[in-house]
Design a protein around this ligand. Structure first.
Ligand SMILES: [Zn+2]
Length: 241
């Protein structure tokens, strides 16, 4: 199991680590990492592993979970030189891309707070993203109104914070779970709760992704499209300005 440093601090862009294993597909497992493993609609991080200050560089194309859903695997670019088990490396992520994921991800929480219907799916990109809502009457959704509401929440500069609650606390508050497609990770006995606004006044839900510290850091954002995807599904797309 890999220590996921981004869960405690999403702003760490590098760390020192030791190579714990190379899996059968050439993926690199470290004892600890700042690289987010793909999940919950957020893509895995890219970046590089460097063997020492002047050492060889292994470019990382993406990051995924192994089949145990706990071990984080850094997937090297094709033909990249691989470190050996036991090597010390400096793992540095593509911060420009990651910060865009964090801004889009945080903006999708705001979108979720504005549309009071169950979320059935979502996808985050470096600059844009989408959420799917289980909603029959799409007439209730207006692109320009939603854009204005989103930017008002951005301008208000609400703090974004994270805390852990027990599985029992989550079970006692089923209304916290807005996303039907992405169940909060269970089994460890605790769940990470992401709050926007003081005490979660804007949005409060379990989430394992990476977010910015306050809504102003998202910057200007726009709802670019509202699409009908099936009888009861509306796809709302947003983009950073
Ligand atoms: Zn989130």
């Amino acid at each position: 199991m890999t220590e996921a440093l981004y869960r405690g601090n999403a702003y760490m862009d590098h760390c020192e680590a030791t190579v714990a294993a190379i899996n059968d597909r050439g993926g690199v497992v470290l004892d600890r990492t700042v690289f987010y493993a793909a999940g919950g609609g957020q893509p895995g991080d890219a970046g590089q592993l460097r063997l020492g200050p002047a050492g060889e560089v292994c470019p990382i194309a993406t990051t995924v979970y192994d089949s145990d859903r706990e071990t984080i695997v850094h997937v090297p670019a094709d033909g990249a030189p691989l470190p050996a088990v036991g090597d010390s490396v400096i793992a540095t992520l593509d911060w420009d891309q990651r910060h865009k994921f964090m801004r889009v991800h945080s903006a999708l929480h705001l979108l979720c707070s504005l549309i009071p219907f169950p979320v059935t799916g979502g996808q985050i990109g470096a600059g844009d993203g989408r959420l799917d809502f289980d909603i029959q009457d799409a007439g209730a959704l207006n692109k320009d109104d939603l854009s204005a509401q989103l930017n008002a929440l951005v301008a208000a500069d609400h703090p974004i914070s994270e805390r852990w609650i027990s599985d029992e606390e989550l079970d006692a508050n089923p209304g916290l779970v807005r996303t039907m497609a992405v169940k909060p990770p269970r089994g460890s006995g605790r769940v990470r709760l992401v709050a926007i606004g003081t005490d979660g006044s804007v949005d409060l839900q379990p989430c394992g992704g990476t977010h910015v510290r306050s809504t102003a850091e998202i910057g200007q954002v726009a709802v670019t499209k509202i699409e009908k995807k099936g009888k009861q599904n509306r796809r709302v797309r947003i983009a950073l300005a």
